[in-house]
Each structure stands twice: as C-alpha cells, then as structure tokens.
Design a protein around this ligand. Structure first.
Ligand code: C5J
Length: 227
C-alpha cells in the first residue's frame, strides 16, 4: 500500500519505503538568541524562537522512527579562509562574521553562539554539519551521507525560510531528492518572505517540492513507519 501525506501542498506527498531524512537547518544560537549574527543584522530573533517547540516535536518523531537526522550550522573556520570577503562585509553591520559579540565570534565553528540551541542538541548518531554557505550541500559531506543511507526523500525544517532553508531545498531538488518543507517548523525574520517562499516552492505543480504542517507530517510518518 502506498502511504502519503494527504494534507501536503500542492498535492499529496508520497512516502518512500525507507523513511525520509530530516534536515534541520541552522537552529543555532547565532540566529535564534539575542546577541548573535541575526541580531547583529538588526533582526527580531523572538520571531524565530516561536517555532522551537514544533521543531523539537518533529525531531522527537524522527528519533522515535529511527530516521537519518542531520543538523546544520552556518559556520566558518576560525581563520575565515572559507568566508568570502564579499559575505563578510555584506550588510555593513557594526559587528561582522568573525568579530567578537556577547556569545563569542559570530558564525565561527566552535564558538558558544555557533552551537545549536539547548533544546535541539544532537544525540549520538545524528549528524551536526558545519556549512560555510547558505546551502547545506555546498562544501559539506551532505550528498555522501544521504547516498550512503540510501535516502531519496528529505523533510526540511529550520531557519531562515527564504535564506538557508530555501537554498538547501533547491540544492536538494537539483540533486533529485523529493523534498518537503514543514510549514510550522521553519521561520523567517520577515513573515511575508516565509509565506512567499512556501508559495514559490510549491508553485507550478511543486517546482521545488512540497510543504505540509507538522501535525500532518507526524501523523502520516507515525502511521507509515512506526513498528
Ligand atoms: C542567514 C540562514 N539568514 N541560516 N542564514 O543568513 O538562513
């Protein structure tokens, strides 16, 4: 019997024989807590904090079902050798990538602010990938990991919807993965950009992929894969 997520847009999302991977994009302190890169750029980080309980529910489901779980962090090396100067100066913020803020050096791997938030810490066996770009495939082992696990379908959550989440989902789509973005497990500093992203991903018959609310995703996956 074929299992689907019936409430998905633009139409039901067909689930594969082995569970999809879950990729949570950049749920790191830099974007979600005050004093990080997000606030350095002038954003209201409380908007992003609202999705944390939902993301945790999705993560708990993925853990129960033994899914491949990948967390990413937007992170640069301490010597900034993987940070193009154009990226560093963009935005003209008072403190830039690599400068020291209240949670250590902004967007630098290993700094306190670069860590995933407390509620979403990875467990042993989960991947925690540092990514120097907006997309999760650029300069990371992500494609190798997915291929090694035989993954064909990916569920996405995380922040921010129109930047790193959308870029990563487009990269995955170009590599042939069937992708679904969980609507209430992603957020933007700009609510109108979030909605526009959900609309453009699913337009033209799902040109990039699908979206669905977490309740529909969890119900369908539990029904399909729980032993
Ligand atoms: C941004 C991201 N917004 N994780 N990064 O620069 O979306």
């Amino acid at each position: 019997m074929t299992h689907t997520i019936p409430g998905a847009k633009p139409y039901a999302y067909t689930l594969p024989a082995i569970p999809p991977a879950l990729i949570l994009i950049d749920m790191q302190r830099d974007f979600i807590e005050a004093g990080g890169f997000g606030s350095a750029l002038g954003n209201d980080v409380t908007l992003l904090q609202k999705i944390v309980p939902t993301v945790r529910k999705v993560l708990d489901m993925a853990r129960r079902l033994g899914m491949v779980i990948i967390h990413t962090r937007e992170a640069h090396k301490a010597d900034l050798s993987d940070c193009p100067p154009a990226k560093r100066v963009r935005g003209n913020a008072a403190i830039k990538i690599g400068d020291t803020g209240p949670m250590g050096r902004l967007l630098i791997d290993g700094e306190p602010g670069n860590d995933l938030i407390a509620l979403l810490q990875p467990l042993p066996g989960e991947y925690d990938l540092a990514k120097p770009g907006k997309g999760a495939f650029y300069a990371t082992p992500l494609q190798d990991i997915l291929q090694r696990h035989g993954i064909t379908h990916i569920l996405f959550g995380g922040v921010t919807t129109e930047v790193c989440v959308q870029t990563s989902m487009r990269e995955a789509n170009d590599r042939g993965y069937e992708c679904l973005l969980i609507e209430d497990a992603t957020e933007s500093y700009f609510p109108e950009f979030k909605q526009a992203t959900l609309d453009m991903l699913t337009a033209q018959g799902g040109i990039v992929g699908w979206t669905a609310p977490s309740a529909a995703v969890i119900a369908a996956l539990e029904n399909t894969y729980a032993k």
